[in-house]
Design a protein around this ligand. Structure first.
Ligand SMILES: [Zn+2]
Length: 306
């Protein structure tokens, strides 16, 4: 008889057992697959404790990491008027609304004044969850006003870049923001005030082509994707395979496009030290460790360039 006859079973997907772990309590690192307790991850500034993978942060988290304490937000209520009445798969107005629902912001950047290690600083942090952190009229206007505010108050500017580039739903108007912000940065430079660009994953398109690369110091987080056109577009255009690690921070610093690649956990200390080196005055220098002030030589910073 048919001892070895296979019984045909329909191929059906194995139903996954429902997890008993509450949603959002544990996070799996996409780089090393380590399971990390959510609170541990937050305490470690969203850097994987095992492999130092940098998880993406929201704009508000960026400000929380950089500022000593409370900050004052500016131009919170600016919103896009949809000047082109643009519709692609969805109307642009619906995308703006979805962005607001996802982030609670009216556009893709938070601008605030606060203190970084005692130094009063204007910080703009881009929010990737708002239409890919894209730069439209509102982002351009808010960043420009931030720079002008810094010139009035004579304080430095830090911009944390995280963007897919210019916002196509605002067409040429979004491209004009590149020139507008660059012009404001030129005035900041003429006023002899420092500007530090912090490039995070991803910084691409019109943002890279304007303010992300204009810092007196251009700092980047490890393994951040930084470029103008995406790697796939470049591959298709030049019909060549791109090298390993192309458009990542470590690749770019080797080519001289960046000044430092810094672990997020060191970022605030390095920014404060650099600002002091460039002449920014802290409000309470007593709060600074003596070791940090006695050695203003930024070049000797033992930066974690991984
Ligand atoms: Zn990891």
């Amino acid at each position: 008889m048919a001892w070895f006859k296979k019984t045909r079973k329909p191929i059906a997907p194995v139903a996954e057992k429902p997890s008993r772990v509450p949603e959002g309590l544990w996070v799996k690192c996409p780089s090393c697959a380590q399971i990390i307790y959510n609170k541990d991850l937050a305490a470690n500034l969203s850097v994987c404790p095992k492999c130092a993978h940098h998880f993406r942060l929201t704009a508000a988290e960026r400000l929380r990491i950089l500022f000593d304490d409370e900050w004052v937000e500016h131009d919170r209520d600016l919103e896009s008027t949809d000047p082109l009445h643009f519709t692609d798969l969805k109307p642009y107005k619906a995308r703006l609304k979805a962005g607001f629902n996802a982030t609670g912001l009216k556009d893709g950047v938070i601008v605030a004044t606060g203190r970084i290690d005692g130094i009063e600083t204007v910080v703009a942090a881009q929010e990737y969850a708002f239409i890919g952190g894209s730069m439209g009229v509102v982002v351009g206007e808010k960043i420009t006003r931030a720079i002008e505010r810094a010139i009035d108050k004579r304080c430095p500017v830090v911009i944390v870049c995280c963007s897919g580039g210019a916002r196509m739903m605002e067409g040429a108007l979004s491209l004009m923001q590149m020139a507008k912000i660059s012009g404001a940065l030129a005035r900041l430079d003429r006023a002899r005030l420092p500007y530090i660009a912090v490039l995070t994953d991803p910084t691409t398109g019109g943002v890279t082509a304007s303010f992300a690369m204009l810092g007196d110091l251009n700092l980047a987080e490890p393994k951040a994707q930084i470029g103008f056109a995406g790697p796939r577009v470049i591959e298709q255009t030049i019909r060549q395979k791109l090298p390993e690690g192309f458009q990542r921070s470590e690749f770019l610093i080797e080519k001289g496009m960046l000044d430092l690649v810094i672990d997020r956990r060191e970022m605030k200390a390095v920014i404060a030290k650099a600002l002091r080196f460039m002449g920014a005055q802290g409000i309470s220098p007593a709060s600074v460790e003596p070791a940090a002030t006695s050695d203003p030589e930024i070049a000797t910073e033992p930066a974690t360039q991984s």
